[in-house]
Design a binder for this molecule. Sequence first.
Ligand code: NDP
Length: 284
Amino acid sequence: MNNTAPLRHFAVVGNPVKHSRSPAIHQQFGRQTGISLQYGLLESPLDEFKRTVTDFFSSGGWGLNVTVPFKEEAFELCGDKLSDRARLAGAVNTLWMQDGTLRGCNTDGVGLLADITRLGIHVQDKRVLLVGAGGAAKGVLFPLLDAGCQTLHIVNRNAARAHDLGKHTAEHLPHYASRLSSGGLDQAQGEWDIVINATSSSLAGEAPALAGVTYAQGALAYDMMYGPQPTPFMDQALRAGAQLVSDGLGMLVEQAAEAFLIWNGVRPQTGPVLSALRATMQEG
Ligand code: NDP
């Protein structure tokens, strides 16, 4: 540990935010890499996100993660100071200051892809159903297409939002347009190799009201939400025939590692942190 370096201050900003495991993850990354840091929870009033971010950085903050429901607002705040990943996603989950200017990136997609690979599934040529059209869904669309999925069908409770997201993606990435489709939750019919729940339905203790989903042989059902117990979506998927189910704890650790790299220039090891976090979570 370098004890002479100044303490770096980080936080995750959201509303609600108290469920976040990000502080535990980043503190472990700090110990692992010898970077002296403090990582807190920052609950922002819903209508004061900009002020919350400004106050954090003016008081010397080094970096912020952004969670529900502020990722799109964080994108707007960054103007044109965005990474390609953030620009394509239209959502930001990682903020920092550089040359006195706020910058934004989106590390959710990299995190999801890394975790799906850890589970032994390769996205190439797979039929993917993406449930949700909020910031998290936006963040993973391009990486899924770029990884070579065969088809990507987006469904959302508010179907218009799914259509808008599909249209936006097809306009920005016309070479992927033929693989994309969209609809409401009642238009999820088909046989899928990977079904990803990118909604916050589990926060309300429920699974999305999906209709007509068939899981292919060896299919993966992946819930971005995580917790000590299987989520309602994971239970729903097992009942519907999914052979492999996972929550999003691994994605959380992987996207955090990518943010840590942006802020500190060092990539921490994720495996030990994921194991420790899972054990702590299961102990309650
Ligand atoms: P947003 O608030 O931007 O979007 C919420 C989404 O959930 C919308 O598509 C919304 O649909 C949908 N939704 C909410 N409640 C229900 C419900 N009861 N039934 C069906 N759909 C519902 O949130 P984010 O996209 O930022 O986050 C979504 C989830 O992903 C959160 O639970 C978050 O914790 C998790 N996440 C996990 C990560 C990880 O690393 N594991 C990373 C990022 C996110 P509608 O448009 O109709 O309102």
